[in-house]
Design a protein around this ligand. Structure first.
Ligand code: FMN
Length: 160
């Protein structure tokens, strides 16, 4: 969802989204995620101005920056960290849809310049990876679920 009505979601809704996020699977059950919830209009505007694909942030009213902290992940692995945090991000997107809210993954990682910009704006420590920014808000209209099923992407038993 990239078109928002302009009325921010409630704190209770944010809380539900974060509950869903933290219900995600994590390697060795060592969740390495941190979430920065941005609701301050000045900060939202700075992020919207500085990020290439997050212009809808002000209209959404809330942005959740999913951050990956490798030192808290299984084996201190950056790969596990990113996988775990992608799972948490998807949970936020699915939960938002289930609550009739709108949300979209906007990219931060792996663009180094964008990562540095977000780190700088939000005081994120250097070793922590800002993975994405998820604007969440009330959608202007409910979108129909798309059918993206493609049989060509499925193999049974072996690759071919
Ligand atoms: C790693 C990743 C990066 C993405 N980056 C952006 C982005 O920067 N801006 C954006 O509007 N959507 C972004 N998306 C959302 C995709 O564009 C979107 O999932 C795709 O167009 C399919 O649309 P759908 O999810 O509504 O089916 C990203 C999704 C992923 C998984």
């Amino acid at each position: 969802m990239r078109n928002y009505a302009g009325t921010p979601i409630s704190k209770d809704e944010v809380d539900k989204l974060l509950h869903a996020a933290m219900a995600a699977p994590a390697a060795v059950n060592m969740p390495p995620w941190k979430f920065i919830v941005v609701t301050d209009k000045t900060v939202l505007k700075k992020l919207a101005d500085g990020l290439p694909f997050a212009k809808m942030l002000l209209a959404a009213g809330t942005g959740i920056v999913v951050c990956a902290a490798p030192e808290e992940a299984a084996l201190g692995s950056k790969e596990f960290t990113l996988l775990d945090c992608a799972c948490a991000s998807e949970n936020i997107l699915l939960a938002a849809e289930s609550f009739d809210l709108g949300a979209v993954w906007t990219a931060i990682y792996p663009n180094k310049e964008v990562m540095d910009f977000v780190r700088n704006e939000l005081n994120i420590p250097q070793q922590v990876i800002p993975l994405n920014l998820i604007p969440v808000g009330h959608p202007v209209a409910q979108e129909k679920a798309k059918d993206k099923y493609q049989p060509k992407n499925i193999y049974w038993n072996k690759w071919a």
